[in-house]
Design a protein around this ligand. Structure first.
Ligand SMILES: [Zn+2]
Length: 283
């Protein structure tokens, strides 16, 4: 095979793999994944009847805090020898104490006003039928349960509570109020990165949404799937902010995060580095 053939083959693979990966993940999960927001009827199965998927993704929400996007939706990376894959929200880095505001009008449906090892102090706001947003890692909370909110109303302060290595807001949007086995921050945490179909089950970088019937947790002998009580649909909040452009953030991110670097800049070669002690974050 000469160079010309190789070039064509490379181009062919480059163009084909993403589409194949998307189709494969769709068919394997029956997901609502799309590479762009589209109207879609519900496909969420549940005997208890969780909120149906909305017909359309919101597009006019306000960014909950001004800052840099330091960890996008669906992202995965190595962290102290553990692979965290499928970030269920986005992380926005900002100064500690900076105001966190409601991304849209809504009602406070959950207040978790104590420290834990995941999201720390957080609240959940129902912004629309089938759209519940979690605001995590806050240092202070300034709302009450069932309180009605307007877009832009202050709800808390940027903090570092929970599993956060720097001040940021973990902002994730689901189709129902999160339950313990759904609000993990990551779709899977394993001692090795899944490959093949396993990877497609849990990876959702650059997708608008991901339905997750199960998550994968690290066990003594690797990983195992934990079925969720009812399938969750996680949405990529970046799609909700209209024309909002996040400030340049790639340089803020951990250098070992090769996946996200490839997504943002496919032409760029990212050197491989080992996970470092400075790579704290998450969920
Ligand atoms: Zn996060």
């Amino acid at each position: 095979m000469n160079k010309k053939h190789l070039a064509f083959l490379s181009l062919f693979l480059f163009l084909q793999i993403p589409a194949w990966a998307l189709n494969a993940s769709k068919s394997s999960l029956g997901t609502t994944d799309t590479s762009k927001p589209v109207s879609k009827s519900s496909s969420v199965p549940s005997e208890k009847g969780p909120p149906k998927q909305p017909q359309k993704l919101p597009q006019n929400w306000q960014i909950p805090v001004q800052g840099k996007l330091t960890n996008p939706f669906g992202n995965g990376y190595w962290y102290y020898g553990i692979y965290r894959g499928g970030h269920t929200g986005i992380d926005i880095k900002a100064a500690a104490g900076a105001p966190v505001v409601s991304a849209a009008s809504g009602k406070v449906v959950m207040i978790h006003d104590y420290q834990d090892r995941r999201y720390g102090r957080y609240i959940v706001i129902q912004h629309a039928p089938g759209f519940y947003a979690l605001y995590g890692h806050m240092s202070g909370i300034h709302v009450k349960i069932n309180q009605d909110l307007k877009m832009g109303q202050r709800i808390g302060d940027v903090g570092i509570t929970g599993a956060a290595g720097y001040p940021h807001v973990h902002f994730e949007v689901m189709n129902q109020v999160p339950v313990r086995d759904g609000a993990w921050g990551y779709a899977y945490i394993c001692s090795k990165q899944p490959v093949g179909q396993d990877l497609l089950h849990f990876n959702f970088l650059n997708l608008a949404a991901r339905e997750m019937p199960a998550i994968r947790r690290q066990r003594v002998n690797g990983c195992s799937d934990i079925p969720l009580r009812s399938p969750l649909v996680y949405y990529n909040p970046e799609y909700f902010f209209g024309n909002y452009q996040f400030k340049p953030w790639l340089s803020e991110f951990q250098p070992e995060n090769e996946e996200v670097a490839r997504w943002r800049n496919p032409q760029r070669t990212v050197p491989k580095t080992r996970p470092s002690a400075s790579a704290k974050s998450e969920p």
